[in-house]
Design a protein. Structure first.
Length: 418
């Protein structure tokens, strides 16, 4: 811990924050990392039908009461922390946490996010369809522009960091002492990164636990003391997944699909699994499509293939990751595939089934739209046809009788209208 840590900021309301002993005690740096395959969340869980589970912790919506002594929140790997009040300044890196904050009615508290223009624009493509919900992303700090630094956290002077301390420990210039210093002198860590892929955490986090997207959302709801909003949105999600899965065709009749990104030079593809564990797949796993690369054992959830390998797999449906973001042009992607000798022979290209997909860094609102989007792209005869998308447009308008979840219900929950 550096000697001048306290001199970097003036005293604020956050000086009253106190952090549970589990953070700086034996839990943070004990042991070596394992695969984590047998790790289970501390909350009770029930199957939600997507190969994952949703948290039933604080299912009544009561949560931890806010008192003069504060309230506690527990999330691996940081452990239990205690907050004195609902945070008003929140530091995030990846946009799933920003989407969670928006969903809980606290989007304005967030002061940073990865590539604000991309993340914010994409979120607003979805929020456009929710009355009273929007994100003013301009002016948000990008925590990864010049590398993730401790100094940037002190500059933000946040109440809580929705960031995984295990992930932080892997960033250049960060030591275990730096991670502990920020938690003890500035604000606690409350985040979990490796649940996105179920990759092994770094050394020193042997007791790391994995969570589904909606379990993680439930823990963040406790940070903001918004358990009732969480429960209401979790019910929307549960109903959506139940509706989709109860109407899926038999497995042998489902299309083969790939979620992939065409490289900027158009020469290769980054390909991603569809049905493996991890909240990065929270939108594709419930849909149960046949993964065109399901037998491939990549390092993590993705690999790199050329046109010939893609043609050998020959998916019926091509879901282009990031295709709904401003970072890629779907028109250019289709043109590049059509101009390539092998690409033009892909079944998905010939049948016009190259579609935009969203972001893998998805929060709960994004997840609802992305499940609906994928269901229509994969199973148009069952869930209604995907209406098409032009570069730069919002998420397309879906006829009311073909929507897979109630937009107004979600908007009312987020804005406090119900």
């Amino acid at each position: 811990m550096t000697d001048d840590a306290d001199s970097r900021r003036s005293p604020t309301r956050r000086d009253a924050l106190r952090f549970g002993g589990a953070l700086l005690g034996g839990g943070l740096l004990a042991g070596c990392s394992g695969s984590g395959d047998s790790a289970t969340p501390s909350s009770q869980s029930t199957a939600d039908g997507d190969g994952a589970s949703t948290s039933t912790a604080d299912a009544s919506g009561d949560g931890q009461p806010t008192t003069a002594e504060g309230y506690s929140v527990s999330l691996s790997p940081a452990g239990e922390v205690t907050l004195d009040a609902v945070p008003e300044d929140v530091f995030t890196v990846y946009p799933q946490y920003l989407d969670m904050a928006v969903a809980l009615g606290h989007g304005e508290a967030v002061n940073s996010v990865y590539v604000p223009e991309m993340s914010g624009t994409t979120m607003n493509h979805y929020y456009h369809h929710l009355d009273g919900v929007s994100l003013d992303w301009e002016g948000l700090h990008d925590p990864l522009t010049d590398g993730f630094s401790k100094e940037s956290l002190y500059e933000r002077d946040s109440d809580v960091h929705l960031v995984d301390p295990a992930w932080v420990s892997t960033q250049e210039g960060w030591s275990a002492d730096d991670v502990a210093e920020v938690a003890s002198t500035l604000a606690p860590w409350v985040g979990n990164f490796y649940s996105g892929t179920h990759d092994d955490p770094p050394e020193g986090y042997a007791d790391y636990e994995y969570y589904t997207l909606w379990e993680l959302f439930g823990n963040v709801a406790e940070v903001f003391q918004e358990q009732a909003r969480y429960e209401a949105l979790a019910q929307v999600h549960s109903d959506l997944v139940s509706h989709v899965q109860s109407n899926l065709p038999p497995r042998e009749e489902r299309p083969t699909a790939v979620r992939a990104t065409l490289s900027s030079d158009g020469s290769k593809f980054w390909t991603y699994h569809l049905n493996e564990p991890g909240y990065w797949l929270a939108d594709t796993r419930p849909l149960g499509a046949t993964d065109a690369f399901g037998d491939e054992e990549w390092n993590g959830l993705w690999g790199t293939v050329d046109y010939e390998v893609m043609l050998e797999a020959d998916p019926d449906v091509f879901l282009h990751l990031w295709g709904l973001t401003p970072s890629y042009s779907m028109a250019d992607t289709r043109s590049t595939l059509e101009a390539n000798a092998a690409g033009s022979q892909l079944t998905a290209v010939k049948e016009g089934r190259v579609y935009p997909a969203g972001m893998r860094y998805q929060g709960p609102i994004m997840n609802l739209f992305q499940i609906e989007m994928g269901a229509k792209q994969l199973y148009p005869d069952i869930f209604g046809a995907w209406p098409g998308y032009e570069d730069g447009d919002h998420y397309p308008e879906i006829p009311e009788d073909e929507r897979l979840f109630d937009r107004q219900r979600v908007a009312d929950i987020v804005t406090g209208g119900s």
